[in-house]
Ligand binder design. Sequence first.
Ligand code: SAH
Ligand code: CA
Length: 324
Amino acid sequence: MLNQGDKKDSFDFTFLDRDKINYRNYHERLMGLLRVGGVAVFDNTLWGGTVAMHGDDILEWRISVRQAMIELNEVKEEEVHLIATMANRVVAKSTSPSKGLLQSNELYQYVLETTVYPREPKPLEELRSITTSHPRAMMGTAPDAGQMISMLLKVVGAKRTIEIGVFTGYSLLLTALTIPDDGKIIAVDVDRDAYEMGLSVIKKAGVKHKINFIQSEALPILDQLLEDKENEGTFDFGFVDADKVNYWNYHERLMKLLKVGGIAAYDNTLWGGSVAMPEEEIAEWMRPGRQFTIQFNELLAQDRRVDICLAPLGDGITICRRIC
Ligand code: SAH
Ligand code: CA
């Protein structure tokens, strides 16, 4: 196909799911066949978790493919935007959201180190480092989930977005860095101090002009936006990462504010993996959040206004695309 000139740069999408040994070779060809902005999805890129295990612990038949995966994951060409690989949905064993939900910390580190950190924009890295001094640093968006959000923003070509739950601004800054120069973000949080902690990085990155930060409870702000009919169906993207008890209320508002085809992403929808554990086994403080999350996930699954996908990245992130 590459030799037929008219096929070059012409494909929108590819899914690859065979013959892992050739993934590198397929990737090379696809960089010629896909259009700029096109997407390639490689399946099984964690290869049963073996990519982060020692050679001795791995069954013989898995070794050669494991090597091919490791090499593929190390491809770092600047022209491709990667997202954390998330094959093999595995049992959530961790109760701490900061460790991610994969089968081991080693595997989570592997994803971060091969795919996320090498491509993380410098200002985000700096913001993450400033945030470590905050007593609630673990609330910051997981960088692997962040990479997914940035990918989604690019795929939908987002320009107008809403951010509920800013904290020190990791997801806010990554949105601001991703949308075009005349893009706009309405960002709401009750806590201005946390936002101000990251503000110098946002300013230095030259993206402050895209952000309208509002210190408030989020729900009244969404209602206020909806009072003006002109705002209906005008937003491309919403990221919700604040009080879980209101997730469904936020969703109801976003279904009016988003364009058809627009995306709402909800963070922490696996709640440290606790959604699939018996209540007695989890810490007391996590129980209310677990209950709200379980209800929210059930409601979304029945909601015909959206396509949904629950990606087990970070602490679980549910992506909804408004379809009517
Ligand atoms: N997305 C952020 C993390 C958000 S943490 C990041 O990437 O770092 C959750 C935030 O939600 C906290 O900063 C908290 O102050 C805010 N919050 C909690 N309840 C809220 C409410 N009712 N309205 C608006 N913000 C709220
Ligand atoms: Ca979160």
